[in-house]
Write a protein that binds this ligand. Structure first.
Ligand code: UD1
Length: 453
């Protein structure tokens, strides 16, 4: 098969860790092809893959975007659309307007979209209507993290998920609920591939490296022990993240959540890396008194920490490795993020989710996560429950660090099949070719992605 071109889109913070393993698997594929193929495979079976990374610029702050590229060893984006913030309509429209000429210029075989952010929806809408030639050719649209449903259409992400899935040709599912949800929405079974979770691929790849982060020392959470001070221990602490508009955009709701956290704040230090939206709301609502600023990174003076009892310790958004280190050692995580529910599940860290619903039910089934709702009583009760329980770490099916390999296998096979149809030849039954395939990956080896029955 002639060269194949894959374009991936990132836009917002949670996209970076989902795309990084796919980029790295493509790199390994090309490396293996150039150095090890030795005539075992023909270009027909083992295409070289050109990869183009597009950043929409939905997130643009250094701490929300750039630092993740370094931590995850993501290459610089080939194309940056520089879209920035706006209302949902303005942001989605601006991404579409700027993405269309890029897509037409690059003409990829496959467009890889991840997660449920506005950037993913906008690019899916462009790709499904684009026409590269008189035959109406367009790229295959591959959606990574397909099928998740909160069944709450007041969440912008739920709308993004439903529409992106409907427009996609290849749907890569992270957990079994996704298979059922897509079947119920009439998505054809042969489009759906249960492959595991690329965000967990990133977590497993970076878990060891994250332990050399100095974040625990910077925050005074790791202290010397023993007479000679040779050993260290980590003090019990909780990690908090809140950024959903439904939780932070209304003063009363936000205050109510803060009240739900009061008991916890008295018990252990609570560290709160705050999203820019949340920081703005804290100032707007005059809630600064409830927080102390920790870890203020002064350009010249390094790191300074201000301590005040009984306050939540707020920091700027953290980089991937620092956050992973903090999450892995936390006694408890309280969050409204989707991805953090999954990461704590994989790490076996108790998690309280400050939401009425979750699109990731496997995190509840495994036992690490509980839904607290958004009332102060519900939050308090959930925290008490999680502080006394000991969840066991059990990775959900196929959360094994090999999801990106399964995705690339399926993509190559689909492109081969598509080209075979347009050339009038039979499709070569071949997936990605590389050394990691030979070792297999447990439940589903190369060429054996689980499909819905
Ligand atoms: C987006 C995603 C959400 C994801 C979250 C992770 C959608 C609909 N939502 O929400 O699913 O969980 O990212 O962070 O796509 N801002 C900055 N600097 C930045 C980015 C944002 O200051 O680099 C501020 C701006 O005021 C902006 C606001 O944050 O208006 C919200 O940003 P936006 O990208 O619209 O949505 P998120 O809340 O980040």
């Amino acid at each position: 098969m002639a060269k194949m071109k894959v374009m991936s889109v990132v836009g917002a913070r949670p996209n970076f860790m989902k795309v990084a393993p796919i980029v790295s698997t493509i790199r390994q594929h090309n490396f293996w092809k150039s150095t090890c193929a030795h005539g075992k495979s023909t270009a027909e079976e083992c295409p070289r893959i050109e990869h183009v990374l597009v950043h929409t610029g939905q997130h643009y702050d250094k701490l929300m975007s750039d630092s993740f590229f370094a931590d995850l060893k993501l290459p610089e984006p080939d194309i940056h659309l520089g879209v920035g913030s706006g209302s949902h309509a303005a942001q989605t429209a601006e991404i579409m307007r700027k993405f269309e000429p890029v897509l037409v210029q690059e003409r990829p075989d496959v467009l890889v979209l991840v997660g449920d952010v506005n950037s993913s929806l906008a690019c899916a809408l462009v790709a499904c209507k684009v026409s590269f030639d008189s035959k109406g050719s367009r790229p295959l649209i591959a959606h990574v993290e397909a099928g998740l449903r909160s069944f709450d259409r007041s969440m912008p992400e739920e709308i993004n998920r439903i529409i992106t899935d409907q427009l996609s040709d290849l749907l890569f599912v992270t957990e079994e609920s996704g298979i059922r949800n897509l079947a119920q929405e009439g998505v054809r079974a042969e489009k759906v591939h249960f492959v595991g979770n690329t965000m967990i691929d990133s977590l497993l790849a970076c878990k060891e490296k994250a332990q050399v982060s100095t974040i625990l020392d910077d925050l005074g959470l790791r202290i010397a022990r023993g007479d000679n001070g040779s050993g260290h221990h980590v003090v019990p602490y909780a990690l908090l993240t809140l950024h959903r508009p439904s939780n932070v955009d209304h003063r009363d709701t936000f205050l109510n959540i803060m009240e739900g956290l009061e008991e916890l704040v008295k018990e252990v230090p609570v560290v709160f890396p705050a999203h820019p939206r949340t920081q703005k709301r804290i100032t707007e609502f005059g809630l600064e008194g409830k927080f102390e600023w920790s870890l203020v990174r002064h350009e010249a003076a390094g790191i300074g920490a201000v301590r005040r009892c009984g306050a939540i310790r707020i920091t700027e958004p953290l980089g991937y490795l620092d956050f992973l280190c903090l999450m892995s050692k936390a006694t408890l995580v309280v969050t409204d993020s989707g991805g953090i529910q999954e990461e704590t599940t994989c790490l076996g860290v108790p998690c309280v989710t400050v939401r009425e619903n979750t699109e990731r039910p496997v995190t509840i089934a495994v036992g690490t996560n509980i839904l607290a709702g958004v009332t102060k009583e519900g939050i308090r009760a959930a925290i008490r429950g999680q502080l006394t329980s000991k969840p066991t770490a059990r990775a959900p099916e196929l959360w094994d660090g090999r999801s990106a390999e399964r995705i690339l296998d399926a993509i190559i096979r689909e492109v081969q099949a598509r080209r075979a149809v347009s050339n009038g030849t039979a499709a070569a039954a071949c997936g990605r070719v590389g050394p990691t395939n030979e070792t297999g990956s447990g439940a589903h080896r190369r060429g054996e992605q689980a499909r819905i029955p």
